[in-house]
Write a protein that binds this ligand. Structure first.
Ligand code: DMJ
Length: 672
């Protein structure tokens, strides 16, 4: 596959990603950087594009890119890509040359530990150092005064011009756009999501596969490989780039390389792991977000070429900073490089440790340097949604018990403080259950709106088997949809009116509808899907796509179709009606990322040779806090039709929620 990537080979004017290069070159110098898996190290045969080198434009000696390449490629391996700057030469780790790479696949943990100890300076190991990774890490921490990746050295802190609070901190919310020609680069809210890297094309890849459209999938993959570059002076949100781009590249890579090819022939001729390399490239460009943060919670934005912008905001939303583990973990496990999983996991734990002692709840906005909660609102929608989702999904994918424990404790706090209304969804008296926004410290109600992002929660409840409760919350959101033919971004349940009026084609209600249908096989959910489909056709369809609704009442539109419309909304709708799709057929097990990308759940992703090093925070991670340890919910196997067949007929062909309760909800949103 010939590379037509623009700019390949042209060294950029200034050494980009210096921070990462220095950080990783340092690790490599100490022999602590794992190499790429063998198949990625093998130089490409003559005439074929060379992995990484082509993308990074690493060519000549002393090319500024060299250091980055060496660093980003996992410390070398393929000789050519490591040639270049001094840093690269220092950082190069030829396979076998040092015989030591922390977490190198196949290396016994004991050997890694011994090797680490051999490499530690005597002072670092200390006179009392016993053979044991914990001690080694402890000594390192004492020396460097910071939590480090196991056995790794402290990165040189880079001088960073004073960062001050500025700009938005959470997911951008669409605004009414001026016509295309008049959009300005300075419009952060728009451009830091779009990224200038063919976002919609990338985000939609696995949707094409799921639809069984192999020719379009292959065409789109080739287009991505040949035209998409991350070597851009573009400032992006770390969270959005991760879930929309990184996640999609990894998902498509897994589809292409799946030996079973359940969706038809999705293989690509001469495929040389290009999408995986691209994912690696992008992730390395995101890594500076995790540097120079006192808490380990990442900066919300990075420039793909230059790192964290000098005027960067020190505040981030919890979901944005704490929902990177699925994609970063997959990447680490595919590459055999713990770096990515380690930084993402450190961020999750840092946030987790900041939860309230009294309620166990987290806020929605936090200062990454002080750990101070700037936004004390706790809820299930914007700012927190995917944080909870990824605790559970990380467990499903990687099988790390600590993720399930955190999820269960969080779920318990959610039930204790956010859930209002009667106890059982389908029984008893009182208001229907609803999850509200409260103060994280007191549990007191903060406002009377719910947002449309929260509609994902019934889907998550299906995954843990809390289907009854999911039915009620879903019914509430469906009633709002019926009233407006869309979901307003915020709905005020007390005023029975929208607080924020736009609808950017979000998928959450469809996602929950699909998962509830899989769990119950109740045709009611097909009816809901049909209703949603018809409203989308009626109110949002335009000549070349589907448009954001600017106003759910007057149905005016915006010139914007979010990439998640194809990657999630359409995908879930399609899957809802495609009974035979391999995604939910017996015998296959897929998990959806928060952006709707499918990842097959298999044992290879549960392998992490570095696992024991990740438990470095043991004993201190809870910092004396009471850890809720409710009985583990039994995890249902997602997408297994055998589970669904157990739903008794009388539940399957009646309304999932008793009609009196349905009516009650309709009344609550002013439908009757
Ligand atoms: C998607 O980008 C993801 O689902 C994210 O987690 C939050 N929601 C948007 C779509 O609404």
């Amino acid at each position: 596959m010939a590379s037509a990537r623009p700019g390949a080979g042209a060294p950029p004017a200034r050494p980009p990603r210096r921070a990462v290069a220095r950080l990783r070159a340092g690790w490599a110098q100490r022999g602590l950087l794992p190499a790429l898996p063998a198949q990625l190290r093998t130089p490409a045969p003559e005439g074929r594009r060379r992995p990484l080198a082509a993308w990074f434009g690493a060519r000549g000696p002393a090319g500024a890119r060299g250091s980055v390449v060496a660093a980003a490629a996992g410390g070398g391996g393929g000789g050519r890509r490591a040639r270049g700057s001094a840093a690269a030469r220092r950082g190069r780790v030829r396979p076998g040359a040092l015989g030591l790479r922390a977490g190198r696949p196949g290396m016994r943990p004991g050997r890694v530990r011994e090797a680490l100890q051999r490499r530690l300076p005597a002072a670092a190991a200390g006179p009392d150092a016993r053979p044991g990774a914990g001690h080694v890490r402890l000594r390192l921490r004492q020396l460097h005064g910071a939590r480090l990746p196991p056995g790794r050295a402290q990165p040189h802190p880079l001088p960073r011009p004073g960062a001050g609070p500025r700009g938005p901190v959470s997911s951008p919310r669409p605004r009414r756009l001026p016509p295309r020609g008049r959009r300005r680069r300075s419009n952060l809210n728009i451009n830091d999501v779009l990224g200038n890297y063919s976002l919609t094309l990338v985000d939609a890849l696995d949707t094409l596969a799921i639809m069984g459209n192999s020719s379009e999938f292959q065409k789109a993959v080739k287009l991505v490989i040949n035209t998409v570059s991350f070597d851009k002076d573009s400032t992006v949100q770390v969270f959005e780039a991760t879930i929309r781009v990184l996640g999609s590249l990894l998902s498509a890579h897994r589809i292409i390389t799946d030996s079973k090819q359940p969706f038809g022939d999705m293989t690509i001729k001469d495929y040389d792991n290009e999408l995986l390399h691209m994912a690696h490239d992008l992730a390395v460009r995101l890594l500076p977000a995790f540097e120079n943060t006192k808490t380990g919670i990442p900066y919300p934005r990075v420039n793909l070429k230059t790192g964290v912008p000098p005027d960067s905001n020190n505040e981030t939303c919890t979901a944005g900073a704490g929902s990177l583990l699925v994609e970063f973990g997959i990447l680490s496990r595919l590459l055999g490089d713990p770096t990515f999983e380690w930084v993402a996991r450190r961020a999750v734990k840092a946030l987790w440790n900041l939860r309230s002692n009294d309620t166990g709840l987290l806020g929605n906005v936090v200062n990454i340097q002080t750990g101070h909660w700037v936004g004390k609102q706790s809820g299930l929608g914007a700012g927190l949604d995917s944080f909870y989702e990824y605790l559970l999904k990380s467990y499903i994918l990687f099988g790390e018990k600590e993720d399930l424990e955190m999820f269960n404790a969080a779920y318990q706090s959610i039930q204790n403080y956010l859930r209002r209304g009667r106890e059982a969804c389908n029984e008893g008296e009182g208001d229907p259950p609803l999850y509200v926004n409260v103060n994280m410290f007191s549990g007191q109600l903060m406002n009377t709106w719910i947002d449309s992002l929260q509609a994902f929660f019934p889907g998550l409840q299906v995954l843990i088997g809390d289907v009854e409760d999911a039915i009620c919350l879903h019914a509430f959101y469906y009633a709002i949809w019926k009233r407006y033919g869309a979901l307003p971004e915020r709905y005020n349940w007390q005023l029975q009116a929208p607080d924020v009026l736009f609808y950017p084609l979000r998928p959450e209600l469809v996602e929950s509808t699909y998962l509830l249908y899989q769990a119950t096989k109740n045709p009611f959910y097909l009816h809901v899907g049909m209703d949603i489909l018809q409203s989308l056709e009626k109110y949002t369809k335009v000549r070349c796509g589907y448009a954001t609704l600017h106003h759910v009442i007057d149905k005016s539109k915006e010139d914007r179709m979010e990439s998640f419309f194809l990657s999630e909304t359409c995908k879930y709708l399609y899957l809802l009606f495609d009974e035979e799709n391999p995604v939910h057929k017996s015998g296959t097990r897929y998990m959806f990322t928060t952006e709707g990308h499918i990842i097959s759940v298999d044992k290879h992703l549960r392998e992490s040779p570095w696992k024991e090093f990740f438990s470095e925070d043991e004993g201190q991670e809870q910092q004396g806090k009471f850890v809720h340890r409710p009985k583990s919910h039994e995890l249902k196997v997602i997408n297994s039709s055998s589970n669904c067949n157990r739903v008794p007929d009388e539940r399957r062909y009646s309304l999932p929620l008793k009609s009196i309760y349905m009516r009650q909800i309709d009344q609550m949103v002013g439908l009757v």
